[in-house]
Design a protein around this ligand. Sequence first.
Ligand code: 7TS
Length: 404
Amino acid sequence: MLDNAAIRAQFPILAQTENGHPLVYLDSAATAQKPLRVIEALDRYYREQNANVHRGVYGLSERATDLYEGARGAMGAFLNAATPLEIIFVRGATEGINLVASTLGKLLKPGDEILISAMEHHSNIVPWQFLRDERGIRLRVIPMDERGVLDMDAFRKLLSERTRLVAVTHMSNALGTINPVREIVDAAKAVGALTLIDGAQAVPHMPVDVQALGCDFYVLSGHKMYGPTGIGVLYGRMEVLETLPPYQGGGDMIRSVTFKKTEFNVLPYRFEAGTPHIAGAIGLAEAARWMEAVGRQAIFDYEHELLQYATEQLQAIDGLRLIGTAPEKGGVLSFVIEGAHPHDVATLIDQDGIAVRASHHCAQPVMDFFGVPATVRASLGVYNNREDIDRLVAALNDALEMLR
Ligand code: 7TS
C-alpha cells in the first residue's frame, strides 16, 4: 500500500498555508503539484547542464542533448511506445491535438468524418471544428447517458468507411469517466479509421500502454502528471507519423535548406521545429520516473479508494448532486449544490484553505448536457488523503450555512 505521508512530504507546496489554514489542494485535474525530484531536476539543469541541443560539438551541449534524448527515451518507456522516435515533445495535450489536426487535416477531404465524444475538453473539439470549416469534413459526436457513460452502441452505428479519425478522451476532466478506449480503438480500426486518445487526465492516474491500446495517437500534458508546465507528449505510431506532412517550419525540423528547396528531417525532429523546451522534457521524464517509483497501479488503487470515500462523504451533504457517476471513474468529483452558486461555494471554501475549481472546466457541452452552467470540481492527486476530504466536507457545510 502506498505511503501517503511519505508522498506528501515530497511536495514542498503542501506545507504552505492558505488564508491561515494548511493548504488542501483539490485541483489536480487543472494542474498537479510538483515533487521535489522534479523541482530539483529543473534546478540542476539550469545550474549545471544548460546548453542548446542537437547542435553543439562541445561537451556541455552533448550532455544536454543526451539528457533531452534520454527524456524522450524515458517517455517512450513510460507509455510503452515501440521506439522513442514515436515520442514528439509538444507544449501539452492541446498542442498535441492541434499538431494532429493541422497535419492530418491536410490529408482529409470534404465528406470525411471525425468522431469525438460528448465529454471532450474544448481542446479536443475546437481543432476539429477548424477542419470542419476549412476542409468541409464532418464532425460527429458519440452521445453519453445521465451517468456520463458513452453510448457504445451509438458509437458503433456512427462508424463507417467515411470515418477517418476517432478522437476521444481516456478520462473526462469534468466527469471523471474512464472510457473503454481499447474497445473504441478496436472498433475504429475495424472500419479503417485512425484513433487519437486524449490522455491528459488519464496518464496521471493509471498505467497507460499505447501498444496495448493499439491507438495511433496519444497525447498528454506534463503539468498534470506532476511535471513542469509547457511540456507534453504526442505519441504517434511510426507508420502513421511517416504519412503526415510537416507541422511548423524552422530549425531542427529540416535536413537541408536552400531558397529553392527544403528537405525535411527524420522523425521525430520533423515535428519539433525550433529550440525545444529542454528543461521541460528533462523535468517531465523525472516526473515519469517519480510516478514509476511510487507505482502507477498503486496510484490508481489508492486514488480509487479515496474517490469512493469522497463520493460517500459528499453525497451525505444536503442538496448536493454529483455530476458524473460512471461506474468506471477516476478521481474527479464534480458537483452542484441546490441554492448555492458553484463560484460562491469555491470562493467561500478558499477562505478555509481549500483549493477547488468552479467553472465549466473547458467542457461546455458537458455542462449543457447536464443543464448546469458550471460545477464545483474537487479533483484528486496521489498526495490527497481522507483528511483533505473531511476538511472539504466541513468547509462545504460551513459555506452552505452562509449561503442558504
Ligand atoms: N484534455 C483534457 C481531458 C483536459 O482535461 C485538458 C486540460 C486538456 C486536454 C488540455 O490540457 P493542456 O495542458 O494542453 O491545457 N484540463 C483542464 C482542467 O480540467 N482544468 O484546467 C485544465
